[in-house]
Write a protein that binds this ligand. Structure first.
Ligand code: ATP
Ligand code: MG
Length: 555
């Protein structure tokens, strides 16, 4: 069960419901369709949808598509898919661009009220006029235009009569306010760019601060949850709603998710895609939801992760090991076990008949009795992992070595008798004998063996490609760089290792992309969509244990 704790947002909602301020609550998740969703968004989705569910309210999915420059339908579709995949259903779906007419009318209303004006200052001039936190700004020379003049100019702006960037619409608030966002913020800009939904209807577009509160208010969002960087803009959010006297949504900020060894902002992830550091938004190394999905991470693991990190008012960085542990915890319960050999070496059982095949009961998932058992074929010629054998093993090596007896999982105890080498002294084959009295893997006389090895039958396995992934960055905070360096300089050069000719059991041929299993002793793996009937590809989702802790200690 996912645990829900009482955090400051839930406390606010409790109070609003208790006081009768709201009978029902509505939240929203408002991504800008300019990239794919990432694990940071998962926190926001989990919070918004989770809270709505918990309080029997509504949560809308809204595309904040007010900037036609970077947005695209590809992203809209991907975002919908990812939200559904994560396990949430929106009440309504909206596009901010559907409100452009209403926003325009409300802007005219502010002009009529004497609370907005058309300004001809250039961006540089606007900056100098704005002042600093410690220094009041100066009024724009265009601030005192009459209502009629402003309406005329704004309508002409809308018609496309002025060049891009030549004029803006600004709210008339207070150029000396200690709250910087209240120093006559921009409401509209001229942008002669087609929009992926409204086409060429508009050549003026609303600014985020003006648009967002109107979107929330139009949808009667009771609690507008956003990340801390919007806290300074809250007075402006409230100013617009108050002056226009429309539904008052309440903005509440929470800490954004930062994750060690990871970058969680679309604009940086986009750089990784555009500059080919990864193969795409769904590259299994990406912290995007589509990347995590392709890697083999389940929605439940992500939701469990979001649940344990909780909601806080202060920014901090979450250790990626926490996410990795949630992934392991989930897969351990759900993933069927499979025997595969990543780096095969042949093992021949000299005293086992060449024409014989036995089937052993293989426990599909020891954590899930209902998964049952599967018959696994055993023959004279097998493959085992090359590194499960050492010719001259040290004392602590509990695997195979000359003269040593080990267990082949579920099958027999075998003892290595000899090795066959090529002219360069490379071991080509290991020979052994088995003890027929140890069927199932236990000796009747109770003698113990030092190790249990996984294996596949040479006649009942086939070669596949395996992609071993590691963390994409080798620095705890990839954004913390020396001058002149950027975050791509800490990309882990070993984040992907491709190995071919790994062997898996034949029954895996029946599985499809997306299928997740545990390769015994090797980790969790997921069939990649790049697979073809001729060549199956497996992505390593995660190792069975945290190997980074070890690596760090050795440094
Ligand atoms: P960009 O880099 O383009 O600004 P973004 O990653 O901030 O992208 P948005 O589309 O701006 O993504 O965000 C959509 C919603 O998700 C917002 O409400 C935002 O506050 C929230 N969000 C974005 N990143 C995080 C994060 N790391 N942790 C929690 N919430 C996030
Ligand atoms: Mg953002």
């Amino acid at each position: 069960m996912e645990e829900k704790s009482r955090d400051f947002i839930r406390e606010i909602i409790d109070a609003d419901l208790a006081s009768g301020k709201h009978k029902e609550i509505t939240t929203r998740f408002p991504p800008e369709p300019n990239g794919y969703l990432h694990i940071g968004h998962a926190k926001s989705i989990y919070t918004n949808f989770g809270i709505a569910e918990e309080f029997a309210g509504k949560c809308n999915l809204r595309f904040d598509d007010t900037n036609p420059v970077k947005e695209d339908v590809e992203y809209v579709d991907a975002i919908k898919r990812d939200v559904e995949w994560l396990g949430f259903k929106w009440s309504d779906i909206h596009f901010a661009s559907d409100y452009f007419d209403r926003m325009y009318l409300l802007a005219e209303q502010l002009i009529t009220m004497g609370l907005a004006y058309v300004c001809d200052l250039s961006p540089e001039e606007t900056k100098t006029y704005r002042g600093f936190a410690s220094k009041p700004g100066k009024n724009s020379p265009y601030r005192n235009r009459t209502v009629e003049e402003n309406l005329d100019l704004f309508r002409a702006m809308k018609k496309g009569e002025f060049p891009q960037g030549s004029r803006t619409l600004r709210a008339k608030i207070d150029m000396s306010s200690p709250t910087m966002c209240l120093r006559d913020p921009h409401m509209y800009r001229i942008l002669k760019k087609d929009h992926h939904r409204t086409g060429n209807k508009w050549c003026i577009y609303p600014m985020y601060d003006f648009a967002h509160c109107l979107e929330d208010s139009t949808e009667q969002i009771t609690h507008s949850l956003c990340t801390l960087e919007f806290e300074p803009n809250r007075p402006l959010y409230n100013w617009y709603l108050e002056k226009l006297d429309i539904f008052r949504s309440r903005q509440i900020e929470f800490a954004r998710l930062n994750l060690s060894y990871t970058v969680v902002s679309k604009r940086y992830l986009r750089k990784l895609v555009e500059e080919n550091f990864v193969t795409g938004w769904d590259d299994p190394r990406m912290p995007t939801l589509s990347g995590l999905k392709r890697r083999g991470v389940s929605p439940a693991a992500i939701r469990n992760f979001c649940s344990v990190i909780g909601l806080a008012k202060r920014n901090s960085t979450v250790d990626i090991a926490l996410l990795e542990n949630k992934i392991r915890e989930d897969l351990n319960k759900t993933a069927p076990r499979v025997m595969s050999v990543l780096n095969p070496i042949k093992l021949v059982i000299e005293n086992y008949p060449a024409d014989k095949t036995e089937h052993f009961d293989y426990v599909v998932n020891p954590e899930d009795e209902s998964a049952g058992v599967r018959p696994t074929p055993f023959t004279r010629e097998l493959y085992i992992e090359r590194d499960d054998f050492m010719e001259d093993p040290p004392k602590k090596f509990f695997r195979m070595g000359p003269g040593r007896e080990v267990r082949l999982r579920y099958a027999y105890l075998v003892t290595c008798t000899s090795v066959i080498k090529d002219e360069n002294d490379n071991i080509m084959e290991i020979r052994c004998t088995y003890d027929p009295d140890t069927k199932g893997g236990n000796a009747p006389d109770g003698r113990r063996v030092r190790g249990t090895l996984h294996w596949v039958s040479a006649d009942h396995s086939f070669p596949v490609e395996v992609r071993l992934y590691d963390r994409l960055f080798n620095k705890e905070n990839p954004m913390d760089n020396e001058e002149g360096e950027d975050f791509t300089s800490s990309i882990n050069p070993d984040s992907l290792t491709v190995i071919t000719n790994c062997l898996v059991e034949n029954h895996m041929k029946n599985e499809n992309p997306g299928f997740i299993c545990q390769f015994e002793r090797k980790g969790y793996f997921c069939i990649d969509p790049d697979s073809t009937p001729e060549k199956m590809i497996f992505n390593r989702t995660i190792t069975l244990r945290d190997s980074w802790k070890k690596k760090k200690k050795h440094k």
